[in-house]
Design a protein around this ligand. Structure first.
Ligand code: SAM
Length: 218
């Protein structure tokens, strides 16, 4: 199955009301992060568009396009979790139902001398009341072990692994369902969805990543 990628902003989604089954997305964390990976900017360091504040203006748009039976999964850094969780419940009628912890096989960097080594990613799971988990392998847990990919294989400085969202796709969609990633970056979640027989649409503001996201394989 093919995916489609729009060059534009998540704040104005080119989609009809109630057309999306599930949103799985990884917005900028609002931390003015800069990549130290030489390939992504070298000494100039590459920054991510929209990373100066936690993005929440897209949430009403997400609710507009999401079916009343839908669910939303939002990657969210621990420091900004309260802002995102509050915004989801204040700006939409979705209810936050879980903090899901992805436990990575190897840790990232952080401050080696002042911080515990960061081994996890947090995902905020919110849904409308009619949304029921499919549970193809029994009740999914809120801590999920996931793989780690070395930065040399990444095409985007914040690239996530496709297998990180498999559990979300199998529990919140059916074959043929439409998955939306409005901050799609390299398109990892779109590829994960189409590999599982779902339809997928991405939106990406930064022209540098639109072409990468449009590719079916990296
Ligand atoms: C954390 S990255 C996503 C990485 C992606 N999950 C991947 O695996 O490659 C966030 C992306 O959102 C994009 N972005 C920032 N503001 C946006 C907006 N208002 N609408 C759409 N995309 C935006 C950035 O350019 C960046 O590529």
């Amino acid at each position: 199955m093919k995916h489609e990628v729009f060059h534009g902003s998540a704040d104005a989604m080119p989609l009809k009301n109630w057309s999306v089954d599930t949103i799985i997305t990884d917005p900028p964390y609002g931390m003015k992060w800069m990549s130290s990976i030489p390939r992504f900017g070298g000494s100039k360091k590459m920054s991510i568009l929209g990373d100066d504040a936690v993005p929440i203006d897209w949430l009403p748009e997400a609710e507009r396009v999401l079916k009343p039976t839908g669910a939303v999964y939002i990657f969210c850094q621990w420091r900004y979790w309260p802002i995102m969780a509050t915004a989801v419940e204040d700006r939409t009628s979705l209810k936050v139902r879980n903090m899901i912890v992805l436990a990575k096989a190897a840790h990232g960097m952080g401050d080696c001398k002042r911080q515990y080594a960061p081994l996890h990613e947090l995902v905020l799971y919110a849904s409308h009341k009619p949304h029921l988990l499919r549970r193809p392998h029994g009740r999914p847990k809120d801590i999920l072990p996931v793989s780690f990919v070395h930065s040399k294989y990444r095409q985007h400085p914040n690239q996530k692994n496709e297998d990180w969202v498999t559990v979300f796709i199998e529990n919140s969609t059916d074959p043929g369902s439409l998955v939306l990633d409005p901050f799609c970056g390299s398109g990892a979640f779109l590829r994960a969805a189409t590999a599982m027989g779902r339809r997928a649409i991405g939106i990406e503001l930064d022209e540098r990543f639109v072409g990468i996201a449009r590719r079916e394989k990296l």
